[in-house]
Design a protein around this ligand. Structure first.
Ligand code: SF4
Length: 307
């Protein structure tokens, strides 16, 4: 494992300690509600996929209807998180399946619009059973009775030298007795073809950078668990990887800032358009985007409330 103590590209602030001063303007008290430029892997990925999609989500903040696939992802993540509340011996496929229904009820209570996803009980039940298949598949990839995660749904936040705040949530963090760190992310889709693997790993390297800055330690392993087809992608990053990731994030952020200042949010058509909720207002499909909101509008990716 590589440890770094001093040559890191930025400062660190843990998500639990957001009142600490940060570079590039720092963090003030809660009463000031300072706005800090920030970026998460999901929104970074949106911009890489299509700048216009990023605009619709971050600048316009357009609502998106829930989808069965996204809801299933949330449900499976919730079950896998709760599974580790159980004593090791009870982390069985049966127990995971037993958690499905109560977790679904919790989710549906928190987001009532999810109830409208299904035409009838049979449809909902088929959807739930697909989630059960994914959970069964999880047990073919890992033995959770032998894992004691250090953290689940871990919020991370770290500030680069430029003042950009990186933030996100790590599904699971495992720390070995020797101190080595493994970042684990569950995906309910299928593993990407080789040419798209770098894209999938970018999110993990993003988290690795945030942890490096926060803990002064480069994670030993990044592990993506694809429950859609039962594959695991593993990658061991080194310092050069993470420095390259920082450069990529900074370049991406500059491109986002350029689009913000020029108003030039280009659409980029790809097969991912099939899942885009905004085709009706996208020029690629004959639509017209709404006028940009007035400058200074609330942008979730660019403000950090400390209250
Ligand atoms: S439909 Fe495709 S090109 Fe248009 S905004 Fe969505 S992702 Fe971008």
């Amino acid at each position: 494992m590589t440890n770094s103590s001093g040559g890191q590209p930025g400062g660190a602030v843990s998500a639990d300690d957001a009142s600490a001063a940060g570079p590039g303007g720092g963090f003030g008290g809660a009463a000031e509600s300072p706005r800090v430029p920030s970026l998460s892997p999901s929104r970074a990925s949106d911009f890489l996929t299509c700048p216009l999609l990023y605009r619709f989500r971050v600048i316009d903040r357009l609502p998106e209807p829930p989808s069965p696939a996204a809801a299933r992802g949330t449900l499976v993540h919730a079950v896998l998180e709760r599974l580790f509340d159980e004593p090791a011996a009870r982390r069985t496929p049966q127990q995971a399946r037993a958690l499905l229904q109560p977790q679904w009820e919790r989710l549906a209570a928190a987001e009532p619009e999810l109830a409208g996803l299904f035409a009838d009980e049979a449809e909902r039940s088929a959807w739930l059973s697909e989630a059960g298949v994914m959970l069964d598949r999880y047990f073919t990839l890992e033995d959770p009775t032998r894992i004691e995660p250090s953290d689940r749904e871990l919020a991370v936040a770290a500030v680069l030298d430029s003042g950009l705040l990186l933030r996100g949530y790590i599904d699971r963090l495992d720390v070995a007795a020797t101190g080595e760190i493994r970042i684990v992310d569950y995906k309910t889709g299928t593993s990407p073809r080789e040419e798209f693997e770098a894209r999938a790993l970018f999110q993990m390297k993003f988290y690795a950078v945030a942890l490096w800055l926060t803990r002064g330690q480069i994670p030993k392993l990044l592990q993506l668990i694809y429950l859609g087809n039962g594959e695991i992608v593993r990658y061991a990053p080194d310092e050069a990887d993470l420095r390259a990731t920082v450069r990529k994030i900074e370049a991406l952020w500059r491109a986002i800032q350029r689009a913000r200042s020029t108003g030039d949010w280009r659409h980029r058509q790809s097969r991912l358009c099939d899942w885009c909720a905004h085709q009706a207002i996208c020029p690629a499909y004959g639509g017209t985007p709404p006028p940009l909101p007035a400058a200074g509008g609330s942008e979730p990716e660019q403000s950090l409330s400390l209250s």
